[in-house]
Design a protein around this ligand. Structure first.
Ligand code: BES
Ligand code: MN
Ligand code: ZN
Length: 491
């Protein structure tokens, strides 16, 4: 575990392995940002010249390393580009990009410009997220993350650092869960992780096993899970605040592996489907963070967990399931399994009479077609709710975009034998079709938003900013922000 603490020492005196500074673009060339003054002095005012000689421009994403050759105790300065007029996300990314280059370090000082609470939190969060590594399964001695981060910022900003520490721990937990191979994260294992977190943070928890799911009438989760040797689970977590006047319900898709079932996926991208529990991960991570942050709101979280496998006991295309609450679904494609487990959990969550219900799911490949790999699609049964959820997500630093739920798409889901089919005869707008399907299970009067995080939850490209390859922890911060917005009346 990496430690992070505030330090008000002068950077030029610090005995650390590296000092991270900011660099901004300027007419004269790259210019060291606030926080680097002491170092510049120790280098006889030659820091800007040295950076320019190394080709630094100050562009966002750039990281340039500079040896100090004995001028200060720290042997290396790591200069991270901030871009023009850096906002919180630029600070997070600069800190993250710098820390990613410092694997194997013991002590790192971060002297990025951070004066306000928001800036301190951004730098701390970016550093802790960029410093993440998933090395549980490595025996090759690859360098691990830095052990100790010293943040050079006003000593009064401890609350900002505490908040960053809490958020980073939960986001990195979600990343670990997503990165864990499905052989080591069965539905039972994921429910066990929820039990561990609940025990550590004082959240109330109930877990329904496969028998309880069948007896309770959870036909969606039971149906999707029946083909796997690893039986399904439904987890309910609850955070309560004595002064809360509102209740938020969160529902996450927890498919620990999505082979497609009998409607088997092609093999090229199947390994990606270990990330199909990213929604449930985000709900669990958010509840962990909420329990530590203590907002004045009640939050219930549901994790709809199953493994989608083909076998002699698997559900078949044309089978009919009965979702919790009684609605029937004709399963025409067993790879559209997420909406089946989500339907059960959404109906159950509405029994808690939430003031707002937010579900999160790696639901459709169509989300990636529509919005690319990094932007979450936000749908809702109320325009105001959708706009406020998008605003909360963006404020929390997660790219999100509002999408419609066109009423005409419902017709394509008509079934010849059941209340609704799980896939549409209509080829286009697959992300919206899935949202329209889920909407059928939200009772009138319940305000609901749906986040499709198929792309954002798992990063296949090269690392950037504070985002590593693999699990990203997407939506965790958004859900925490929504809870806080509901607590303070913003939402
Ligand atoms: N888990 C997938 C969606 C997905 C695809 C997530 C790619 C992340 C990356 C989901 O269960 C699925 O298979 N959806 C199908 C639905 C289709 C059969 C209507 C899809 O999107 O192809
Ligand atoms: Mn699927
Ligand atoms: Zn899936």
């Amino acid at each position: 575990m990496t430690s992070i603490s505030l330090d008000s020492a002068a950077p030029a005196t610090l005995d650390v392995d590296a000092i991270v500074i900011g660099v901004s673009p300027a007419e004269a060339g790259a210019t060291p940002a606030a926080g680097a003054e002491g170092l510049d002095k120790a280098l006889d005012g030659r820091l800007a010249d040295a950076l320019r000689a190394l080709g630094a421009t100050g562009k966002a994403g750039e990281v340039v390393k500079l040896p100090t050759l004995g001028a200060v105790p720290a042997p290396v300065i790591v200069a991270a580009g901030l871009g023009e007029r850096p906002a919180a996300e630029d600070l997070r990314r600069a800190a993250g990009a710098a820390l990613r280059t410092l694997a194997g370090s013991t002590r790192v000082a971060v002297a990025l410009p951070a004066a306000s609470a928001g800036e301190v939190e951004a730098v701390a969060l970016g550093a802790l997220l960029g410093n993440y590594a998933f090395d549980l399964y490595r025996t090759d001695g690859r360098k691990g993350p830095a052990e100790e981060i010293r943040l050079l910022a006003p000593a009064s900003e401890t609350a900002a650092v505490d908040r960053a520490r809490i958020l980073a721990a939960s986001i990195n937990l979600v990343r670990d869960l997503v990165n864990t191979p499905p052989s080591h994260l069965s539905p039972e294992d994921l429910a066990g992780e929820a039990e561990r977190i609940a025990g550590e943070t004082g959240l109330a928890i109930e877990v329904l096993d496969e028998r309880a799911l069948v007896e309770g009438g959870y036909g969606g989760i039971a149906g999707v899970g029946q083909g796997s040797a690893n039986p399904p689970r439904l987890v309910r977590l609850a955070y309560t605040h004595p002064e809360a006047s509102k209740t938020l319900a969160l529902v996450g898709k927890g498919i620990t592996f999505d082979s497609g079932g009998l409607s088997l996926k092609p093999s090229e991208a199947m390994d990606w489907m270990k990330s199909d529990m990213g929604g449930a991960g985000a709900v669990l991570g958010a509840l962990e963070a909420i329990a530590k942050l203590g907002p004045k709101v009640n939050v219930v979280g549901y994790l709809a967990i199953a493994e989608n496998m083909p076998s002699g006991t698997a559900q078949r295309p044309s089978d009919v399931l009965r979702i919790y609450g009684g609605k029937t679904v004709e399963v025409l494609n067993t790879d559209a399994e997420g909406r089946l487990v989500m339907a059960d959990a959404i109906v159950r969550a509405c029994e808690d009479s939430p003031d707002l219900l937010v579900d999160v799911a790696t639901l459709t490949g169509a989300q990636l077609v529509a919005l690319g790999t990094r932007t979450t699609g936000v749908m809702a049964n109320d325009d105001g709710v959708r706009e406020k959820v998008v605003a909360a997500a963006v404020r929390a630093g997660e790219a999100s975009w509002g999408m419609p739920l066109p009423a005409e798409l419902r017709k394509g889901l008509d079934s010849a034998v059941a209340d609704i089919a799980n896939i549409s005869g209509e080829r286009w707008g697959g992300m919206l079709v899935a949202g329209v399907f889920l909407k059928e299970f939200v009772p009138d009067g319940v305000k609901w938003a749906h986040l499709d995080i198929a792309g954002p939850s798992f990063h296949k490209g090269e690392p950037y900013g504070y985002t590593p390859k693999g699990g990203t922890g997407a939506a965790t911060r958004t859900l925490v922000q929504i809870a806080e917005d509901l607590a303070d009346g913003t939402l």
